[in-house]
Design a protein around this ligand. Sequence first.
Ligand SMILES: *Cc1c(COP(=O)(O)O)cnc(C)c1O
Length: 433
Amino acid sequence: MSTSPAPLQTLSNDAGWHDFFDADARRLGADVVALIDLDREREKRSLNMIASASYAPLGLRQIEGTHLVNRAPMGLPGRRSVANCEELDAIEMLAIERAKAIFGSEYVNVQALSSTIANVAALRAILPADGARLLTFDELAGGHVSHGALRHITGAGREVVSFGVTATGALDLDQARDLARKTRPHVLLAGPSSYPREMDFAALKTIADEVDALLFTDIAHVSGLIAAGLHANPVPFSDVSTTSTQKTLCGPRNGAFVFAKERFGAAIDAAVFPGLQGPAASNMIAARAVQMEMIARPAFAQLMREIVANAKAFGAGLEDGGIGLYTGGTDSHMIMAYTGESWTQPQLVAGLAAYGILGNAMRAPGTAGEPRTAFRFGSVALTIRGLSETEAAVLGREVADILRAGPEASVDPARLRRLKDLAAAHPIPSFVD
Ligand SMILES: *Cc1c(COP(=O)(O)O)cnc(C)c1O
């Protein structure tokens, strides 16, 4: 489908250095910009249902591209080791104060460069250096690799045990309590990455308290739903919470908020900088300050409600088409479909991409806890593009048909046309660079 890029003007080899400092992106890097343009066109033609995907508003992307990319303010607001940070301090304080107010937190750090990094730093700050014990939500059941997985640094040199879900897909709180009593963890860490239901964080708090463990809630996927009041907010009763800036928070990728009780603040600040990172990325922090203002508005809550309604409608469409869902449904933007074992994971990714549909091939527990092949869908990106509930249900039905046809079926041209039309009918807002 790809069209070759139109010839673009480039800088000649005898251009002086001031020429390339003044040239815009198209003149400076025509070949790369052409690829960026092609990627944008591909995105427009696609139905992006990657659960972590959203479209950052134009204004936030503009702020990330300001001259602030050049700034490197070491330290925290009011305590920098370089001069001329007055405005950067004011910006970072806006991000912090707004985040505190929205999520009801005593302390916020906005410098971590991703939610994964935030988890590494926060765990380092609150766990003992030796002999640390963690109780986490199982990765297969829907936890995240940065919650102490063996192949991740958060699991290195730590004793990690995990609880999962019951046969109906509810958090197995009995198992969590048993493991907590048996292993006396320092920290109970949980948050949904591929678990589509609202997590009962309050119940986990009770279990953590019973064994004097700290509670660390990872709300990377659901922080937008929490800000909108659709899911209960665990931040006020958690010792630490982290979230990324994309996903349901709808900001640009690569950022994080760390919320914590005040008493952990200094240790977390130090674990982020200088423990893991260099100076703060002021351009990204500025975008976070504006993002926090954006998500406090009624229009954002309305978007979140539509996102959840679309996820439910899409899931219902899948079920109408004979596809089972992990946990039997969704309370969020995320839908986990059991695809049937005839598909391999690469076949799933390619088979759906052949129709322009994007998501993640993964696994989820079956009713006996056994790993089953699953595909994770999300409704954030398409809802921003204006997908209606009716269209979401129809789309679920189309996907069910594709999944049931199996990996050997050839692409149905009529279905392909319908799905291309659906993508074309929903342009991405302000999708320019
Ligand atoms: C996506 C995710 C992360 C990682 O976020 P990044 O900002 O992409 O590093 C951490 N925790 C959970 C639960 C996630 O789903």
